[in-house]
Design a protein around this ligand. Sequence first.
Ligand SMILES: Nc1ncnc2c1ncn2[C@@H]1O[C@H](COP(=O)(O)OP(=O)(O)OP(=O)(O)O)[C@@H](O)[C@H]1O
Ligand SMILES: [Mg+2]
Length: 449
Amino acid sequence: NHLKIAIKEILLSTIQQLSFFQRFSDRFINFFSPYVEINFSEYEDYRINHAFDPIETYLGAKATDKAKHLRASQVRESKGLVLKRDETKVRDEYEGIRVWWETETDSIGFKTLKLTFHRRSRDIVTESYIKYVIKEGKSIEAKNKKMKLFTNNPSSHWGSSKTSLWRYIDFEHPANFETLAMDPKKKEQILNDLAAFSNGKDYYKKIGKAWKRGYLLYGPPGTGKSTMIAAMANLLNYSIYDIELTAIQTNSELKKLLTATSNKSIIVFEDIDCSLDLTGKRKKKERNLMIWREDGEQGNEENKSSVTLSGLLNFIDGIWSACGQERIIVFTTNHLAKLDPALIRRGRMDMHIELSYCTFEAFKILAKNYLDIDSHPLFKTIESLMKDTTIAPADVAENLMKKNREIDVDGSLNDLVQSLERRKKVQRAQLDEHKKSSYKIVKAFRMLF
Ligand SMILES: Nc1ncnc2c1ncn2[C@@H]1O[C@H](COP(=O)(O)OP(=O)(O)OP(=O)(O)O)[C@@H](O)[C@H]1O
Ligand SMILES: [Mg+2]
């Protein structure tokens, strides 16, 4: 027994000495080791580490040509395959220095990215390399981002989590600015405005304004308002939040919805002229004057629904600017004159964009899109007919669509000419009728006085 105890003690003290020696040697090695290590964990103190995702994306995209194991995915049907490295170690070079990245996964599945580099590169790595990696990662994320189309759930179905407010589908709309038929100068202006907005982070910060922009799209049905919103989303890679006002009851619900939207998104209020009346029912496509209550929620007791103009304007004016960055707000209407001037005054809606009936210039874009032609003997007839009558681009497009699955240039253009001639007749008859009735009224007045 004595012997056993003695051996145990010897062993214990040896272990202690060894571990002391181990610690000492670790320090000794660390002290003299020329390498430095930085760890980026997925979570820090139970909170998401926002640097993690962009770095992982950057590393994922890095050196896919050299890596032996790749993972492929297609995030959007319209985009190509996204290849990712499927290995845990990556070597990277930056401004002549070398670094090594390694991915470690702990027992619960949380990942840590370990960055190792030489001591002498410390300044470059900490001051510029890491920033560069995060920036690159974010821009790759933005390029590959799946765009989503959100619609709000009825407020009665909302639970406690933010995710219950909106439902979404992947946004896969082919609309783009090239195929959008409208005045080329106006198009250029809008494109410049959008580009200035999306690159304007520093500018908005400098002038102390929330980073958002409002567009009012107005024009008759079928002139491309909704198409333009889709084209904007595709151009900027933004998601769309389509707000259905009838599904919410109060200003505070509207506020909740808006604050649960994400950055880089377009918030859309369609057909704002047909919006809520006092009972909260949306008078869709009824062309009566809209009635907005300016007095908030203390109105008529019977009418519970009270999303008000002032509620909406508060957001646009930037009450939510603290939580809302990089957002585009779009209102669409068929009747500009019916909107409350408070809603559309400049500053609130930064740009008013009119989408109007098809001009000959716009028709040429459609002819190129649908029939792949730049000229045709019938163009002259169409040009002169378009001067005398109005037709929405949607109706032109309808005529130019494939028939029996084949492009028929002559047939389509003839259809369009006939459709324009019919319209011309009808519109002329309406004009005559209108003239006649005004003449009758004038005559009656004259007889009276
Ligand atoms: N300016 C345009 N350029 C190209 N295509 C267009 C244009 N306008 C309309 N179209 C075609 O017509 C269809 C309907 O257009 P869209 O839904 O954008 O009209 P809208 O202005 O939103 O109408 P509404 O006021 O009824 O909502 C689109 O799918 C598109 O194919
Ligand atoms: Mg529309």
